[in-house]
Write a protein of this length. Structure first.
Length: 328
């Protein structure tokens, strides 16, 4: 009896079936690559408490906007419910002119002005105008550290440093100059050789305000997600936005110091704590605090991340995502 050639089966020769089979194969490949990325590239998670110079400061760590530490001035969750996809697609066409289409960042803002901020009004001993000005300073820090191309591509940390209280600058300047692990706590630097597409970063999130530890301090909390789209150049194939789009989610606590009870160089804005997660990026640069697209590395076998809620990367109404795994 002759061996049966399965390739001659009529169903397998049907063009519609062949197109379906190719699509399913690519989807399966995407799932395998996503599992590897979640295990090895999902990333880096970090928590940093910044030491505030001077004996009057010490460590300051404020709770999340959902904690009792805040007075309910944050908007109701419904205002932040995304209408875009809740996760990155496994397989999707990529438009380099609109690299966030089909991703959770599709509807995010190009500016920090898209962040949801407290309603007008006084907080503690700070007037409504002072609170508004303090929120504006936090926006400026986020813009300089996370959205400005001079910072991201030019590795220029001065844009952010100049916005902080004079005594708050040295520790951050050292982290930036030395390229220490804490680099990404305050700025987003692209790995050398990788540039963003003309479409700038996208951002979503909230800023809240609460009374500080005394009458001359105001506590501010920012919870935001940022998306970066990297230029793939001649690299191929690009099978999904997740190959070129890098996402980070961060919570940062700030303290605004005013008044004569503090030294002159202590007055101004301080970053008192940060924590964050970066997702869908190259692993080796992330260990050094730099961002690079996932396509720049091969996809090794890796254990699947445990307990990671990808939707929380993009939805700041959810708790900061946690996982077991990451770049090792």
């Amino acid at each position: 009896m002759d061996d049966y050639d399965i390739g001659q089966h009529p169903d397998l020769r049907d063009p519609d079936w062949q197109r379906h089979a190719v699509k399913e194969a690519w989807v399966d490949l995407r799932r395998q690559r996503r599992r590897a990325r979640m295990g090895k590239r999902l990333a880096w998670t970090g928590v940093s408490l910044v030491v505030v110079a001077g004996a009057v400061f010490g460590f300051v760590q404020w709770g999340r906007s959902t904690s009792a530490h805040y007075d309910g001035s944050a908007p109701p969750p419904a205002e932040l419910r995304p209408t875009a996809p809740s996760v990155l697609p496994d397989l999707a066409r990529v438009n380099l002119e609109r690299p966030f289409d089909g991703t959770p960042a599709e509807t995010w803002s190009e500016s920090v002005d898209g962040l949801v901020t407290p309603p007008p009004g006084p907080v503690g001993k700070f007037s409504a105008g002072e609170v508004q000005n303090a929120v504006g300073q936090v926006k400026d820090v986020i813009r300089a550290g996370r959205l400005d191309r001079r910072t991201i591509e030019g590795h220029d940390g001065s844009l952010l440093l100049n916005l902080l209280a004079p005594n708050a600058r040295p520790d951050f300047a050292k982290a930036i100059d030395d390229r220490t692990e804490g680099l990404r706590e305050v700025v987003s630097f692209a790995e050398d050789g990788y540039r963003l597409l003309p479409a700038g970063p996208r951002i979503t999130g909230t800023i809240t305000a609460a009374p500080g530890r005394d009458a001359n301090t105001l506590a501010l909390h920012a919870d935001y997600s940022v998306a970066y789209a990297f230029d793939p150049g001649s690299h191929a194939p690009i099978l999904s936005p997740s190959d070129i789009d890098v996402f980070l989610r961060y919570e940062a606590d700030f303290e605004l110091v005013r008044g004569t009870t503090h030294q002159k160089n202590d007055r101004g804005l301080w970053v008192t704590s940060t924590q964050g997660v970066v997702y869908s990026m190259a692993c080796e640069p992330s260990k050094r605090g730099f961002l690079a697209p996932a396509y720049s590395e091969p996809y090794p076998d890796a254990p699947e991340a445990v307990g990671f809620d990808e939707t929380a990367m993009y939805d700041v109404t959810k708790p900061m995502p946690e996982f077991t795994g990451g770049c090792e």
